[in-house]
Design a protein. Structure first.
Length: 157
């Protein structure tokens, strides 16, 4: 249910691009980093991930920077988080178990698995509903929605 700092930075950067979507000039990475207190190096990594996913485009050169690849109405928070903080990373569960090296020491304690009692099933059922509700909110919240909520409160760089 909690999101990483990387996920939050990605959403803030995407909102900055969405707020300036009507302006044909690309947004400079340094402007976004300075305005929001995000490390330039970290922001570069985030924007490269978003670029690979087709959510942002980049322009090189002195007047270069980043723009949204689609309209703000077409990009949801879920789209961003799916790239930056996929569900399997958020829950701490990996779809593919990692192999242990043969020369690596055995773990000190094996994590105990709960018995699938009715109580465990009921609790897990609640967790599943929470995740479904969370995904619903994220899928139905676009960058345009959040930019519209911020109008009048926004300040320019």
């Amino acid at each position: 249910m909690l999101f990483s700092a990387k996920a939050e930075y990605a959403c803030v950067a995407m909102l900055e691009l969405a707020a300036r979507h009507a302006d044909p000039r690309p947004v400079r990475l340094g402007d976004v980093a300075d305005k929001h207190g995000i490390s330039d190096r970290f922001l570069v990594q985030i924007l490269l991930d978003l670029k690979r996913a087709g959510l942002v485009e980049s322009t090189r050169g002195a007047a270069g920077g980043y723009t949204l690849a689609r309209r703000p109405e077409e990009i949801s928070l879920y789209d961003i988080l799916r790239v930056i903080d996929p569900p399997e990373r958020r829950t701490g569960k990996s779809a593919v178990p990692s192999a242990r090296r043969k020369d690596a020491p055995a773990p000190a304690r094996k994590k105990a698995e709960l018995q699938l009692t009715i109580f465990v099933r009921n609790v897990r059922s609640v967790w599943d509903r929470v995740v479904e509700a969370q995904e619903g909110v994220l899928k139905n919240t676009t960058l345009a929605d959040l930019v519209a909520q911020s109008e009048g409160l926004q300040y320019m760089i």
